[in-house]
Every structure is written in structure tokens, then in C-alpha cells.
Write a protein that binds this ligand. Structure first.
Ligand code: OAD
Length: 261
């Protein structure tokens, strides 16, 4: 698919103007940004995770309570899949944008907000990442949220998930990700909404825009006057409010957009 040259030029002009004028650049990503690393998205009709698995069983507190071993094993297998992947040119372009702003546009702001739990933005070199839905490489206990260090993990065998070693706790250890029906981490969410409100340009990359509150961030940015640029091979729930739509895979579009700046 050829990149739409006029749309790309318009997007690059918006980005350039924001950089020149000390604006705030916000990048908001979803599962699509990691697709070219080989990580399935959630809602793709054929390959999406929710096409083969029921999120009620695997991504809710109730599902974990009913079958902790099943949920533990599912996240273990996802963690292994993610571990074996590497950041793709989209993650790299976003990390380069942060570095470019730090080194050449010190009066500009930059915020990266992701719904992804795969840690690939950090592995690509992004320094400040607001992870709205947690991180699959972190653990905490079910009852109190005591952080759990994976180095403590014994050889589990059939005894999984492990138990919280915190004094008198002993509750099950779970991945430190946000499940359906759970609150997002308060401080991270506040920082994300503040960044959206103050954004000059927001790049919305690889999200279907159906899961709230995360999906409200572009709406907030739009209402506050930001220029919205979407990068996605398919239109999303958010496409209608976009100023600019760059149709195509993020791993191709974002590096091209960066070379225009
Ligand atoms: P979805 O699976 O809902 O959407 C993925 C989006 O990525 C779609 O709009 C695709 O068109 C797009 N896409 C596919 N390939 C792409 C590529 N190469 N480049 C750019 N975009 C591409 O994933 P999310 O929007 O991230 O939450 O889903 C939001 C939340 O729903 C997730 O964080 C997760 C899920 O249930 C929780 O688990 C709490």
C-alpha cells in the first residue's frame, strides 16, 4: 500500500510547526504499533487475541479467581511470545522523536502514552512511557497489589501462580496489567489526561479506539484544540475526529514521517 503523499506532507507540516513553536507532542499507541513485531492485536477478525479467547475468562479478576492456573499460563505464554520479539521501526521512530525533541527542541514537550503491556517502547529506547494498562513483565499480588519480584519466583511446577511472600498475605501473584472492570493506575491516567489537554499535536497509532478511558484521550486532545494525526491501516472509532489520516502500517509510516522532519 503506497503512503498517501499529500496526507503525509500535511502531517509532517503540523509536526514541524509544533516543533518550531515549542509545542507539546503526544504519541498515543495501541496494539497495532507492535503488530509488525509479530504480536497479535486484540480485535483483528482472524488473528486478534479476542477472536480465539474469551476476555471474560482471561482478562478479568473473576476469570483469574475461578481458574488462576489457566490465566497464569496464558499470560506466561504471552510473556514468552513478547520476550522473543524485538521493537519494530515504528517503536524506533517514536523513540527517535523523543530524542530529537530532547536534543534539538528543548522548549517542546513530549509524552508517550501506550495501552500496550509488551514493554517494546522501552526496549526501543523510549525513556518516559505512560503505560495505561500495566506491563506484562511486572507482577503484583491479587489482594493488596504488593509488588512481586520475578527473581523471587520458585520453580513452580503445579504450584502456580506463586503466593505473595508479604507478611500474612499469601494471596495469588498475578500480572501487573489492567483487566476489564479494573481501574487504570490513577497517577498514570492523570498524567495522560493532562498531556492530552495540553497537546499541540497528538499522533494516534494502531488503536481501534474502543476501550475507555484510554480511547477518550484523543477526544480530550481534540476538544482542547490539538491537531490529531492517525496512523492505522484501517479506519478506527476515532477516525472521524482526526485532522489527518495516514493509512498504512505504523512501521512504514512513522519512519517516513520522521524523515520529513
Ligand atoms: P485493537 O486490537 O482493538 O486494535 C488494533 C488496531 O491496530 C486496529 O485499529 C488495527 O487496524 C490497527 N493495526 C493493525 N496493524 C497495524 C499496523 N501494522 N500499524 C498500525 N496499526 C495497525 O487494540 P487496541 O486498540 O490496543 O486492553 O486495544 C485496546 C485495549 O483493548 C488493549 O489495551 C487491551 C484490549 O482489550 C486491556 O487488556 C485492558
Amino acid at each position: 500500500m503506497a503512503v498517501d503523499a499529500p496526507a503525509l506532507e500535511t502531517a509532517a507540516d503540523h509536526l514541524k510547526a509544533a516543533l518550531k513553536n515549542g509545542g507539546n507532542i503526544v504519541v498515543f499507541t495501541g496494539a497495532g504499533v507492535s503488530k509488525e513485531s509479530g504480536i497479535p492485536t486484540f480485535r483483528d477478525a482472524q488473528t486478534g487475541l479476542w477472536a480465539s479467547y474469551d476476555p471474560q475468562d482471561l482478562a478479568t479478576r473473576e476469570g483469574f479467581t475461578q481458574n488462576p492456573k489457566l490465566v497464569w499460563d496464558w499470560y506466561d505464554s504471552r510473556r514468552n511470545t513478547v520476550w522473543d520479539t524485538t521493537p519494530n521501526p515504528a517503536h524506533q521512530a517514536i523513540a527517535e522523536l523523543e530524542t530529537l525533541i530532547e536534543t534539538s527542541y528543548p522548549t517542546c514537550g513530549f509524552t508517550l502514552i501506550t495501552q500496550n503491556i509488551d514493554n517494546l517502547h522501552r526496549r526501543a529506547g523510549s525513556k518516559a512511557v505512560l503505560e495505561l494498562h500495566g506491563n506484562i513483565f511486572r507482577y503484583k499480588c491479587l489482594n493488596y497489589g504488593h509488588p512481586y519480584s520475578p527473581e523471587l519466583m520458585p520453580d513452580l511446577g503445579e504450584h502456580r501462580p506463586p503466593k505473595c511472600p508479604h507478611q500474612n498475605c499469601n494471596s495469588d501473584i498475578r500480572p501487573d496489567v489492567v483487566w476489564f472492570g479494573e481501574m487504570l493506575p490513577t497517577q498514570t491516567l492523570e498524567q495522560a489526561f493532562t498531556a492530552a489537554q495540553e497537546a499541540t499535536v497528538m499522533l494516534v497509532v494502531g488503536t481501534s479506539g474502543v476501550v475507555h478511558p484510554a480511547a477518550s484521550l484523543p477526544v480530550v486532545a481534540n476538544e482542547a484544540g490539538a491537531v490529531l494525526i492517525e496512523v492505522n491501516p484501517e479506519p478506527s472509532e476515532l477516525s472521524l475526529i482526526m485532522d489527518c489520516y495516514l493509512q498504512g502500517p505504523a512501521g512504514k509510516i512513522l519512519p517516513t514521517l520522521m524523515t520529513e522532519n
